[in-house]
Design a protein around this ligand. Structure first.
Ligand SMILES: Cc1cc2nc3c(=O)[nH]c(=O)nc-3n(C[C@H](O)[C@H](O)[C@H](O)COP(=O)(O)OP(=O)(O)OC[C@H]3O[C@@H](n4cnc5c(N)ncnc54)[C@H](O)[C@@H]3O)c2cc1C
Length: 413
């Protein structure tokens, strides 16, 4: 195993990939990114980066830009579908955790990260879909892409998301993504729609007897500055089938599903265009995050269903922590083991919270929904305190890192 690796192959130009490349470059390690899709702009819906993720964006010099092109969310307010207020959480994030929670378009984040990678002299190769990895002793590690081309490096980082091919190399018989039975449907509407409804700089989220609807400002753009999303039971229909319905039929489906829900939900649905549909996937705990000279980070290592709003922030944290460990110039295998030992307990705790939150968005009986709403009213303040550990963590600060591996079932290199 190379003692001082100089060149990283990074698979995936989503969130973890570009940030890892930028930070490795700073640590004196060359990184080239290989992304399966062609370069494109304006893709995807909205998301929120929590204070723990914003620390990393600040570290790479993007926090102010993304705050300007996004929208700080001062709270998360919950309602029932008939308009009863259930509670408010995540107030004063900036004061409490040193960075705010920021709503933004996924495309804005992704484009800023790729631009930053380019300006950091990171090579970013598009239309390079990983097919397989060859890791033979005394030779560089080789990634082969579906077009037959190859790339060589001293190690390989799998930042290729929930459908990771690198994960299959690391855990050939390991778990595969599974559908959680919920589908996410969302997009953007004009800011004026929320402004006219008197919505402040926060996220409002509504629980129904079945499903969930959220919205909030996400950019200064008057035409598309408000994001919205509906999470609902998929009843076995996959995202591709929903997508094939087209905007008009999807809007009718949403109108029927959210009929009678509190304002401004019906108006948001009426104004929706270019609707984005996503499966809500999860992956069971992996036996190991690394094998030989390959390491998984982000969703490839610990896919997080979206219900804790933390998947992107965890991906940012991973990139930061890995780069700090790489600076210590230990054997690659030691670095990978230390990375996993440090990151796994936190990631798995948050994945478990996301699973639990997802269960509140399923189908309830009228009595079940009433009980859930009463429970939420009582428990939200406690739940909020129980989630503070997610935001209070600053991954850019050096910490004492555990040295013991937490691997479940180490695979031979
Ligand atoms: C509907 C929805 C809403 C969400 N909302 C939030 C939120 O508000 N806040 C939050 O923190 N998180 C949210 N998440 C989760 C968050 O999006 C993910 O956790 C995050 O994107 C993970 O980042 P990543 O870099 O690991 O993977 P990704 O962002 O998925 O990037 C992986 C990249 O790898 C590429 N790739 C895949 N396979 C290959 C291959 N074989 N070869 C080359 N390239 C490949 C992909 O094209 C992609 O560009 C949400 C997720 C969903 C589905």
């Amino acid at each position: 195993m190379t003692r001082r690796p100089r060149k990283a192959i990074i698979i995936g130009a989503g969130i973890a990939g570009p940030v890892a490349a930028i930070l490795l470059k700073r640590a004196g390690i060359d990184a080239a990114i290989y992304e399966g899709w062609s370069y494109s702009t304006g893709i995807g819906g909205g998301l929120q980066i929590a204070p723990n993720g914003m620390h990393v964006l600040a570290e790479i010099g993007l926090a102010s830009e993304l705050i300007r092109s996004g929208e700080v969310a001062d709270a998360f307010d919950f309602y029932s579908q008939n308009g009863a207020r259930l509670g408010s959480i995540h107030r004063n994030m900036k004061a409490r955790f040193g960075q705010p929670a920021v709503n933004m378009r996924r495309a804005t984040l992704n484009e800023a990260l790729v631009d930053k990678a380019w300006s950091s002299c990171v090579e970013v190769h598009f239309e390079k879909r990983l097919a397989r990895i060859e890791d033979r002793a005394d030779r560089p590690i080789v990634a082969t892409f579906t077009d037959g081309s190859t790339a060589e490096g001293d190690f390989l980082i799998g930042a290729d998301g929930v459908h990771s091919v690198v994960r299959q190399h690391v855990n050939p018989d390991g778990p595969r993504p599974f559908d959680t039975g919920l589908v996410g449907i969302g997009g953007f509407v004009p800011r004026s729609l929320l402004e006219n409804a008197g919505i402040g700089p926060l996220i409002e989220a509504t629980f129904g007897q079945s499903g969930f609807f959220g919205y909030g400002f996400c950019s200064p753009d008057p035409a598309q500055g408000a994001m919205w999303w509906s999470t609902q039971p998929s009843h076995g229909i996959d995202a591709a089938t929903f997508r094939a319905m087209g905007d008009q039929r999807l809007k009718q489906h949403l109108r029927d599903f959210h009929q009678g829900w509190r304002d401004p939900i019906p108006r948001i649905i009426d104004a929706a265009e270019n609707i984005v549909v996503t499966d809500t996937l999860d992956v069971a705990t992996l036996p190991t995050w690394s094998r030989g000279r390959t390491l998984l980070i982000g969703d490839a290592a610990h896919a997080t269903s979206p219900h804790a709003g933390q998947g992107a922030s965890l991906a940012l944290e991973d990139a930061m922590r890995l780069s700090l460990l790489m600076r210590e110039d230990e054997e690659l295998q030691t670095t990978f083991e230390r990375f996993e030992a440090e990151r796994r307990p936190r990631a798995e705790r948050i994945v478990a919270i996301a699973r639990r939150n997802g269960s509140t968005k399923r189908e309830f009986s009228p009595t079940g929904a009433w009980i859930r709403d009463r429970m939420l009213t009582l428990l939200l303040p406690l739940t909020s305190r129980g989630m503070d550990f997610m935001y209070a963590y600053n991954p850019c600060e050096p910490t004492s890192r555990p040295r013991t591996s937490t691997r479940r079932d180490p695979l031979a290199a």
